[in-house]
Structure formats: C-alpha cells, structure tokens
Design a binder for this molecule. Sequence first.
Ligand SMILES: [Zn+2]
Ligand SMILES: [Zn+2]
Length: 432
Amino acid sequence: MKLILLKSATLIAAALAIGAPAQAAEPLIDLYKTLHANPELSHMESETSKMLGAELETLGFDVTYEFGSTGTVAVFKNGDGPTVLIRADMDALPVTEATGASYASTKIMEDHNGNMQPVMHACGHDIHMTVFMGTARDLIARKAEWSGTLVMILQPAEELGQGARAMIGAGLFDKFPRPDYNLALHTNSAMPAGTVGYTPGYALANVDSVDITVRGIGGHGAYPNTTKDPIVLAAQLIQGFQTIVSREISPTQPAVVTVGSIHGGTKHNIIGDEVKMQLTLRSYSPEVRQQTLAAIRRMADGMGRAYGLPEDKLPIVIHQDEFTPAAFNNPALSERAANLIAGAIGEKNVIKVDPVMGGEDFGEFGQVEPKIPSFIYWLGAVAPADYAAAKASGATLPSLHSPTFLPDAAPTIDTGVKAMSASALGLFNGQG
Ligand SMILES: [Zn+2]
Ligand SMILES: [Zn+2]
C-alpha cells in the first residue's frame, strides 16, 4: 500500500516538476496522462486534489482542501458580477484497465473494506479534471474580459453518489459565494470528439438502490411440502416487479426496475432459507420514484403473505442510502449555454440529445433551495474515425466504465475547454 502511494506521489511530483505551473503550465495532454495513470478510488482522491489544488493556488485562487470528504473548493474574485460554479469529479473505479495505452493505469489500491482493487479512470473523470484545469487557466489568462466570482470545485465520490451531498452538507453554499449558475460536463462514449450534446430539462435519472432479503423455511429438496422455498418466492417477486413499469406507472413517464443480482441456495437437494436480491431503480419525477419504491414494498410484503410465510419471515426490503437525484438542466440556462458553446465550437457540433436513465450526482447542486439554475452537458470522447467505423458496421463502442474505454484525449480536451470557457465567459458577461 505504502509503496504504491509512494509510486504515485513520485509520478505526481515528477509531473509537477515538468509542469512547474508558476512559469509555464504543463501541457494539458501531459496533465491528462498523469491523471489517467494515477487514478484514486472514491473518497480517496487526496493526491489528485493536492496536485490540482496546487496549480489553482498558483493561478491565484483561494483554495480550501478536504472540504466534504476530499473535496476542494477554489474561489477567484474578479470584481462585481455573477457567481459561476464549475464542477469536476475526481474519483476512479475498481476496474482493471485493458486499453493498452502507454499511459494506462497499473495501479492497485486498498479500498474501504481492506480489499486490494485495480483502479482505472473508466468514467472519464480524468478528462473532466483536465478540462477543468484548462478552463481555469483560460479564464484567469482572460480575466480582463470578465468580472464576477468564479467558484471551481473538485468533487469526490461521484461514483458512490455521495460526493456532491458531502460538499453541500459541509456548507458549500454557505461558506463560499453562492453561485448564480452551476456548470459541469461528462464525457460521452457514444459521441465523437469535437461535439457536445445537451438535454434541456431532466437529463439524467433518479437512481435508487434497494436490497431485498427473501426469507423462507429451509429443508430437504425432496420434501418441499415441509419447507417454504425462498427461491420460488424470489422468482415470483422478480416476475411481479416487471409489472410495476408496464402496468402501474403511466406509459408517458420513464422508469426502470432492474434486479441486478440474486443469490440463494448452496446445493441441488437443499432448500435454503434465504435469497438476497439487489435492485437498481431509475426515474425522473419524484412521484414516479415514490410510486416505484412503494410498489416494491407492497409486492414483497403481499406476495410473502400470499405464499404463507409467518409475520416474522416476510421479505425485508432495505432502501439503501445511495440515492442520486435526477439531474435537471434549467431549460433557459441550457439554451443559453448551448448558444455560447456553439459560438466556440460551431453550431453543427452542438447537438440536442435525448435524456438517459444513467445517474450523476451533479443534480444535487441544483436541488438546494432556493434552487440554482444548473447545466450538465455531454462531451463527445470517441475518435471520429472509430465513431464512423462503428456507425458503418453497427459495432458497439466501449461504454463508460468499460476496461477498454479510452477517450480520444487531445480533441476531447480541446473541445471541452473551449465549451466550458465560452459558457462561463458568456454567463459572466450576460451573453447567450
Ligand atoms: Zn461513472
Ligand atoms: Zn462519471
């Protein structure tokens, strides 16, 4: 563990020495490769945060570390005007990288449970941070062109849906200037580099995790009449859950119920006494979210009773505290920012796209009353040639979280910096 940390600290120190931000900043592509090779798991992004914070300090930001877990808040006051918040997330995933890149991660890190895990920036958060730093450099270099307050935050633990809440809980909107606008972007593994996608209104979904323990009365597989088989009840529950979206929720309202994991039993001829299931639920509106959760509880309870289970053996439904609220893009801000981005990268490269049922805890920053208009958009990350080839052949491109997901870094970062700088500048100057 120590050795690994030392190795990453040395690499980072080397990168800083090359970068020497006080004189000439390290080229963004080199910064990206350093970040990519040195990923850190959720809530453990300390080296990343220190490295980027050091450059933000050099640029003249007031920097606060360890704010809401390993979060970093950097504030640059540049006269009167609006306050614009730009957020990047820092955490990587427990994935073994298989991209074959010369700067691929080989890192192994101890997780919170004491298990050694491979670590990879498989969700593109290294791109987000590089674009973030490029935007910081650009906006400071052009500080004569805008006035207002720039708040730049590096958020931990997005992958757990916990980092945004941790920073808000620590007082992000009380202890620092309260933003008039929140901005963020996310890499997109299905759009070509050079493009930006945006969705006014709900863009990403509410995400809920539910754990169910189906209990029974175990016994011999040859004498089922003396048992209450939890595997059969679990099967009925899974079938029952399929009717929540198809028969209970309005067909015009998006929702997903997925049973992603089911474990029970040990051997052919033993009826066990427990089955465990894990579900992910997706929705946009708070009403559909509550309706789905209530239906799962009702079915677990009602089907358990119908099966003849005693009161003390009914299924246990636990709604995990991992809720990520839907990301709602303020429609007026979305159109305004999309215009500003089009001015920087060309109108044909800014594409309105459908919402998705993925989750992103950036949505949290727009939920705190009084609600701050917020906007998160997609940054195309696929090499244009790969994109064209996949389109022609119908092949599927590696998705986010895949061990082979590798952004076409240079054009992706270049487009991201242009887009983020243009939207922030325009908002400071009342344009768009
Ligand atoms: Zn992710
Ligand atoms: Zn992500």
